[in-house]
Design a protein around this ligand. Structure first.
Ligand SMILES: [Zn+2]
Length: 89
């Protein structure tokens, strides 16, 4: 058994490493974002980012992993975040 198994807080599935878990988490993130859009609760990009950070902090045992995931999130969503930021003002 691997030393550090990561358990998904959403569905209790376990993963041998952070990478596998992150790939899996993307699915939950998609579902989460879709649900949010349907509910019509508009959060600011910054609020979303902070929430994502909280989720990641619960998820990962290392700040390095959290930082890596946040960096990726920002790089992936930068355009959308800026667009949304303008729309909300
Ligand atoms: Zn899961």
């Amino acid at each position: 058994m691997p030393r550090n198994t990561i358990k998904c807080s959403q569905c209790n599935k376990t993963f041998p490493g952070g990478y596998e878990y992150r790939m899996h988490w993307e699915k939950h993130l998609d579902e989460f974002l879709k649900k949010e859009k349907q509910c019509g609760t508009m959060k600011t990009p910054l609020q979303e980012l902070f929430e994502y950070e909280s989720d990641l902090t619960h998820m990962f045992d290392s700040d390095v992993r959290v930082a890596g995931a946040i960096l990726e999130y920002i790089r992936t969503n930068k355009k959308d975040m800026l667009k949304k930021e303008k729309e909300l003002k």
